[in-house]
Design a protein around this ligand. Structure first.
Ligand code: DAK
Length: 256
């Protein structure tokens, strides 16, 4: 595999730890991170010594604070559509359909695209300082990497409406109460706790794990993902999107 710049991969005791490494930008997902994640996932998928995967963010503040707002502000409708489609296919769907268990170790903010990344994992463990939310509507957008579909599948329609329509962040206790995270850990023991869950999974038959993942996913497949890509890309040509992003960059409230 090529040299990694924005991610890190450590394989130990049959567990692959993938870390997103843009700590100064709170690990915001830019194209380079998404491209590397896709390559690392391919590598880990065919590596027979790997039996489970953990995804986390660098540092103590953030898992992933969303897609990189500075990068996506100038995308056109067509770029938005293509990026949503490619991103869903190359990273988010790939994780959801991975044949080995994938655990998100949420070490702080999981916002927007970051929460979508966590939602595409099979199991979520979050540190006590974690904050989770979908601020997209405040930017004139909707979640574009499957969040409108997966959130409701995990927490139910009522909480999904609340989180996406208000855009408010929630803390880990609320996240656990609504089923958004499976377990809360102290920040210092987050990765160890994620590894314990991984170990519990990988003592089981790899073929059975792969079949279980396939079957559970099958029961939740909808064609809403295509609708999300369409609606998401249309919002890119909207004045409200331009105002939402400008307001973020100017550190003020948007005026819709
Ligand atoms: N993008 C780019 N830079 C970000 C960022 C982001 N999402 N989040 C944080 N940063 C940067 C900040 O700009 C700041 O950079 P400097 O000013 O130091 O250069 C640095 O990280 C530290 O952040 P703060 O100074 O803001 O730190 P605070 O502790 O004060 O606040 C915060 C932490 C997480 C509350 C705040 O940073 C924040 O609100 N961040 C933005 C959260 C957000 O709105 N995320 C985006 C959600 S929308 C797409 C598909 C999907 C999406 C987009 C496109 N396509 C298919 C094209 C998804 C969209 C989203 O995720």
């Amino acid at each position: 595999m090529n040299k990694l710049n924005s991610t890190q991969l450590i394989i130990e005791n049959n567990i692959a730890l993938i870390k997103i490494c843009r700590e100064k930008q709170l690990n915001a997902l830019n194209q380079a991170v998404l491209d590397e994640l896709s390559l690392v996932l391919n590598d880990v998928q065919i590596n027979s010594s790997v039996k489970a995967v953990i995804i986390t963010g660098q540092g103590e503040k953030s898992f992933v604070a969303g897609a990189d707002i500075k990068e996506f502000q100038n995308f056109s409708k067509e770029e938005g559509r293509l990026l949503a489609q490619n991103g869903q296919h190359n990273v988010f769907d790939k994780i959801e359909n991975f044949s080995k268990p994938v655990i998100a170790a949420i070490n702080g903010y999981a916002l927007g695209g970051g929460l979508e990344l966590a939602l595409s994992c099979h199991i979520r463990v979050a540190s006590e300082n974690a904050k989770l939310g979908f601020p997209e509507c405040s930017l004139g957008l909707i979640p574009g990497y499957g969040g409108t579909q997966r959130l409701g599948q995990i927490v139910g329609k009522g909480f999904a409406f609340e989180m996406i329509l208000t855009g408010k962040m929630i803390d880990v206790n609320r996240a656990q109460n609504i089923g958004l995270v499976n377990q809360i850990s102290q920040l210092e023991s987050l990765i160890e706790d994620a590894k314990k869950i991984a170990k519990s999974c990988i003592k089981n038959s790899p073929k059975a794990l792969s079949a279980a993942i396939k079957c559970i996913n099958k029961s939740f497949y909808t064609d809403g993902y295509e609708l999300e890509i369409k609606e998401f890309s249309e919002l890119f040509e909207n004045d409200e999107f331009k105002e939402g992003v400008l307001a973020f960059l100017e550190k003020r409230r948007p005026n819709f």
